[in-house]
Design a protein around this ligand. Structure first.
Ligand code: VG1
Ligand code: CO
Length: 543
């Protein structure tokens, strides 16, 4: 075993996006690509000598190889200890929990999250800070700067480490502790929720279906929902993680989790349905015959969170990303608690959570979480729903109707145009940005523009500023459209169009969202020229 220094040159394009660095798997497998980026993370955070890190990923193709490389590099860079999930597996929220619980210096998470996996699909890597959250921009900027000046990386020449069972081993002076990926996380969930109440609900014949989408939550969901809470065996489907997620997109939305939608809309539908994504931080919620929009789920959870033991004292405040609907704002207003609006990406919630300003956060992209970790957390959201259902003994559908009756309904939908040529997407955004100043007062098919601007965020805790976070146009009647380019894709550009309109008449709260939003959908195209710029007639994905 020998520690060597390998000469290398900077590789272009190693710039972390919304959540870490995501590229085609084959790009990550090119000579030096992974090694350069890992060394840049270590250099960007001031070195890792004597430090303790957590390591794990969602099990996608190349997860195992990349983990071995990272362990050998951690040893050569002088780390004291790495805590790694068995078989290099950790869901993103479980990794966040371990980073916090063990008081470590952060962790490396191998995942491209909701992106598909496999040799021809996507891979990703991100660094989380000691608070357990994704590195904020001041740190990812340093990592990126390090990639640009890199001349060498350090690695140990050694055989693979056996990660197949829990225990402690060493690589030179590096201690490697292999842990059960599920145990600590399951324990945390038991502390937060009333497992007895949920167990009673399930024992009473309440049926659930959890679709793990062949991704990392399978083992977590089987242990928690079936083994500990007593859901019927088989309630968790697609529970065995596979390196290419069964060939699908592990993205819990009505398009990619169509099986679940079909099951929940069938005559024999269970009472509750849910799905999570590749790395276990997203959630999709359904009731019998009803799909709960993520923005509505966040609002409803905020309204009822006090029914779960960990939140019985109420919420300190809530936060949502800017494109997320304002449904949760109405709950916060009624409860008299603060509500923050942040840019897209979980890293922007970290300071608010650390400072104790908020308890619950969420994004329209099926991300919900709380101050229990510093990542969004799919199974946590499922358990909070189940805890609320156990306490109220109402159906998902009834809870939703009651919510709309009390707060009104923020009709909401997101239209994605994927794999658009980057030039065309940029032209659309640049063109609209240039016209923002002249939109006010103009009408588009009966909707009059009240406000139009580009979102920037001033972090109230550390004063940092994030600019260019989405173009937004608000209408006189309270409706809104937001335009953004995705920061997680690996080919071309993805245009996201977020559509919202507020309905306060309870008699009009059960329309089809696409129909209710039709005037805004038409106005969005007229304002931004979506069809003319992209050449697309319709979005690829509608959530
Ligand atoms: C998307 C979502 C964003 C989410 C991010 C990471 O980013 O819009 O809300 O935080 O994915 O989610 P973008 O830049 O593509 O819009 V995950 O589950 O892929 O880590
Ligand atoms: Co994810």
């Amino acid at each position: 075993m020998e520690q060597i220094t390998v000469n290398t040159k900077p590789i272009q394009g190693q710039k972390p996006g919304t959540s870490g660095l995501r590229k085609k798997t084959r790009t990550f497998m090119e000579p030096h690509f992974l090694e350069n980026y890992v060394q840049s993370i270590f250099d960007g955070i001031g070195g890792i000598e004597g430090k303790t890190l957590v390591l794990g990923g969602d099990g996608r193709y190349f997860n195992d190889r990349a983990s071995q490389v990272i362990l050998r590099m951690a040893a050569a860079n002088g780390a004291a200890k790495v805590i790694v999930g068995q078989d290099a597996i950790l869901s993103t929220p479980a990794a966040s929990n371990l980073i916090r619980k063990r008081g470590t210096d952060g962790g490396l998470i191998l995942s491209a999250s909701h992106n598909p996996g496999g040799p021809d699909e996507d891979f990703g890597l991100k660094y989380n800070t000691p608070n357990g959250g994704p590195a904020p921009e001041n740190i990812t900027d340093k990592i990126h700067a390090a990639t640009q000046g890199l001349t060498r990386y350090r690695i140990t020449e050694a055989q693979d480490i056996d990660l197949t069972s829990p225990g402690v081993t060493t690589l030179g002076q590096l201690e490697i502790e292999v842990v059960d990926p599920v145990a600590d996380y399951a324990m945390l969930m038991e502390e937060i929720f009333d497992f007895d109440a949920i167990r009673e609900l399930l024992a009473g014949g309440f049926r659930i279906r959890f679709d793990a989408m062949h991704a990392v939550t399978g083992p977590y969901a089987v242990e928690i929902l079936e083994n500990r809470l007593g859901a019927a065996s088989g309630s968790v489907v697609n529970a065995t993680p596979s390196p290419d997620f069964g060939g699908g997109h592990p993205d819990p939305n009505p398009i990619w989790a169509k099986d679940l939608v079909d099951a929940m809309m069938s005559d024999d539908a269970p009472d509750f349905g849910a799905a999570s994504d590749g790395d276990g931080d997203r959630n999709m919620i359904m009731g019998r015959g009803v799909y709960v929009t993520p923005s509505d789920s966040l609002a409803l959870l905020a309204a009822h969170a006090h029914l779960a033991p960990a939140y019985k004292g109420g919420l300190k405040g809530v936060a949502r990303s800017m494109p997320t609907s304002a449904a949760v704002d109405r709950v916060a207003e009624k409860k008299g608690i603060a509500c923050y609006e942040t840019p897209t990406g979980w890293k922007f919630f970290g300071n608010l959570l650390d400072a104790g300003r908020v308890t619950l956060c969420g994004e329209e992209s099926a991300g919900t979480g709380s101050d229990h970790v510093r990542e969004k957390d799919g199974l946590w959201a499922v358990l909070l729903w189940l805890n609320i259902l156990a306490e109220t003994r109402k159906s998902v559908k009834d809870l939703l109707s009651e919510h709309y009756a009390e707060y009104g309904r923020n009709y909401y939908s997101r239209h994605d145009y994927e794999d658009v040529e980057a030039e065309k997407a940029n032209a659309l955004m640049d063109g609209l940005r240039a016209r923002l100043g002249e939109l006010q007062g103009k009408s588009f098919g009966g909707l009059t523009v009240k406000t139009a601007d580009e979102f920037s965020y001033d972090d109230p805790v550390d004063g940092s500023r994030a600019t260019a976070q989405g173009l937004r146009v608000g209408f006189e009647d309270g409706g809104r459209v937001v335009f953004r380019l995705s920061g997680t894709g690996t080919v071309g550009a993805t245009l996201r169009v977020y559509l919202e309109s507020l309905e306060t008449d309870p008699a009009k709260c059960d329309r089809d969202p696409q129909e209710a939003l039709a005037p805004i959908i038409a106005a969005a195209d007229e304002i931004a020229g979506i069809k003319s710029h992209t050449g697309r007639d319709a979005p690829n994905v509608i959530t």
